[in-house]
Design a protein around this ligand. Structure first.
Ligand code: NAG
Ligand code: NAG
Ligand code: NAG
Ligand code: NAG
Ligand code: NAG
Ligand code: NAG
Ligand code: NAG
Ligand code: NAG
Ligand code: NAG
Length: 478
């Protein structure tokens, strides 16, 4: 099913001077249990694994919120080596598992978090001979009852030495495994040694320190003989990776098809009995202003973080007989995935939203690929450590056929190949370690599978959907 995005309708809502020059076409996703509201509300079971980082080998590739599937030797499919040479890869991943975010609310519950010896680590490096190898300094979150303002940060902090958020020890172990799995596949194919060479490999993080925490574990797996690395980082005022650049038109469009649309609010109303139960456990009032009732994001984050770390589901601090049941948590997990499918794929406006919101990073990717075509860069591997808020709009731009909430460590790999006989360049995009299935009319027989497509097809799609840098800038701001 193809529905042309109603750009004109959107334009009519913007100031008269606004010019949206993109030719964005929304291709609807597949209909599955993920975006079927009847199943989401009235079905049963979790949409994947939510209580362990381990996915058994025989089902590797299924959704695992705690540790999403990534490229590994066991599942990797090598395109014909007599026909193609791998020239360059660009990886983008979400960080690995962590403690929940503190959103400054008075969430009261009985589950505690403890992070002894887990970091995070912060220190500066001095000049050679003076303090080149300074003492490693890690943060230890604490509270002092004499500070009368302590409660205002929320009880999630009280009595815990964790930062909310921080990557947990288990998340650092997953980061290391992720790095060594990538190394096992790509080091030989790209000719990378056990030592990081910054002229052929680059790593990039966001201004949120949890992406640097992941990089420590990841790089040790990727380059076991390197213990010191530079990570690229853009200013938090225009970082394309998080993304943090300003795009008011994207924000306006998003509000229009979510908060302001009955298509969105319907599922929140239908789920009111579930909200009543969750609120009875958490003590969050129905009229809270911190976002507990505008989506299932906070409840999802709260419960999945506990379950990924083998903690129990919470009970009320006032009445230990009122607890969240596993089936209620599973319904929250189905709702969370339904919400991401709506935000980034089901809503017809979602493709334009994603291309405005994440277009800058995609233009950088295209720039990196073009440098390879022109032979002007020695970089063979560029690794980005990012967030669900980065992966999701990128999957939206790629118009993935089955959208999920990108879980911990979820990964996209853009592989650029050169055909030996013709010197032509081809692109393969891996999601969860396998060629991504999209709703785009690209790939063999327009199947939508991005598996060795002429790289020019991808450039044309990006040009049509995002436009040039100056077009994107104008479309965001004018
Ligand atoms: C879910 O089931 C209830 C009770 O059977 C029903 O009233 C409701 O319409 C169903 N919701 C959806 C979205 O199918
Ligand atoms: C959606 O789910 C309901 C409940 O499981 C099912 O009866 C219905 O056939 C599904 N709809 C589609 C389009 O798959
Ligand atoms: C994890 O959840 C599954 C059901 O989704 C259950 O079968 C399994 O026993 C659970 N594992 C642990 C370690 O709790
Ligand atoms: C629960 O989640 C909320 C919102 O993400 C967060 O503010 C709070 O710290 C969490 N609490 C705990 C202890 O998990
Ligand atoms: C709801 O979605 C339908 C189908 O995509 C669309 O035609 C309609 O305009 C949307 N309604 C609102 C209020 O956004
Ligand atoms: C527990 O009871 C206190 C006092 O009545 C109340 O302020 C608080 O909101 C309750 N907490 C929960 C989680 O229900
Ligand atoms: C929420 O409602 C309660 C009473 O029902 C009221 O005391 C409180 O001020 C309200 N909070 C907000 C943020 O409106
Ligand atoms: C494309 O379609 C043709 C005709 O249906 C078929 O023979 C061919 O195998 C298909 N190619 C691929 C790669 O699926
Ligand atoms: C980009 O698309 C526009 C039309 O939308 C076209 O005029 C232009 O030539 C294209 N640029 C490239 C580099 O393909």
């Amino acid at each position: 099913m193809i529905s042309r995005l109603n750009v004109l309708q959107f334009l009519a809502l913007l100031p008269a001077t606004t010019v949206i020059s993109q030719n964005v076409v929304h291709f609807a996703p597949a209909s599955t249990n993920l975006n079927n509201l009847s199943f989401v509300l009235n079905g049963t079971g979790a949409p994947g694994i939510f209580n362990s980082s381990v996915t058994p080998n025989d089902e590797y590739g299924i959704y695992n919120w705690c540790n999403m599937p990534h490229v590994r030797v066991r599942e990797y499919i090598t395109p014909s080596e007599s026909e193609f040479t791998l020239k360059y890869i660009e990886v983008i991943q979400r960080h690995q598992k962590r403690t929940p975010y503190n959103t400054n609310t008075f969430f009261k519950e009985n589950i505690e978090w403890d992070c002894p010896g887990d970091g995070p680590v912060y220190y500066g490096i001095g000049p050679v001979g003076v303090a080149q190898n300074p003492t490693v300094v890690q943060w230890n979150a604490y509270t002092d009852q004499s500070n009368p303002f302590t409660d205002s940060v929320g009880p999630g902090f009280v009595g815990s030495n964790c930062a909310f958020p921080q990557i947990t020890t288990a998340g650092i172990i997953d980061s290391h495994t992720h790095g060594s799995d990538l190394r096992a596949v790509y080091a030989s194919r790209l000719g990378l040694s056990t030592t990081l060479d910054p002229s052929t490999f680059q790593i990039r993080v966001t201004n949120n320190q949890i992406t640097s925490q992941v990089s420590g574990g990841l790089l040790h797996g990727l380059f076991p003989d390197t213990d010191n690395a530079d990570a690229l980082i853009q200013s938090e005022t225009y970082d394309s990776l998080e993304p943090a650049y300003s795009c008011p038109n994207a924000n306006q469009l998003f509000t229009q098809y979510t908060t302001d649309s009955s298509n969105w609010t319907l599922h929140l109303m239908d789920a009111q009995p579930l909200y009543d139960k969750l609120d009875a456990v958490s003590g969050i009032p129905l009229n809270d202003t911190a976002g507990w009732h505008t989506s299932f994001d906070h409840y999802y984050d709260n419960m999945s973080a506990k379950q990924c770390h083998s903690k129990t589901l919470p009970c009320s601090v006032n009445d230990s007989s009122i607890c969240v049941t596993q089936e209620e948590a599973n319904t929250v997990y189905r709702l969370g995935n339904y919400e991401y499918s709506y935000y980034y794929r089901d809503a017809p406006e979602s493709t334009l939203y994603s291309s405005l919101h994440y277009g800058a990073w995609v233009l950088e990717l295209v720039g990196h690929l073009q440098e390879q075509l022109q032979g002007t860069s020695k970089v063979k591997y560029f690794h980005n450590v990012a967030h669900d808020g980065s992966m999701a709009p990128l999957l939206g731009i790629l118009q993935i056929s089955e959208m999920v909430w990108p879980g911990m460590g979820s990964e996209l790999v853009f592989e650029l190949y050169q055909q030996k006989s013709t010197s032509a360049f081809f692109l393969r995009v891996l999601w969860g370690g396998q060629p991504i299935h999209t709703s785009l009319p690209l790939g063999a027989n327009n199947s939508g599978v991005l598996d060795m497509i002429p790289v020019g097809d991808f450039f044309d799609y990006v040009n049509a959907t995002i436009g040039t840098g100056s077009e994107l800038f104008n479309n965001c701001n004018n």
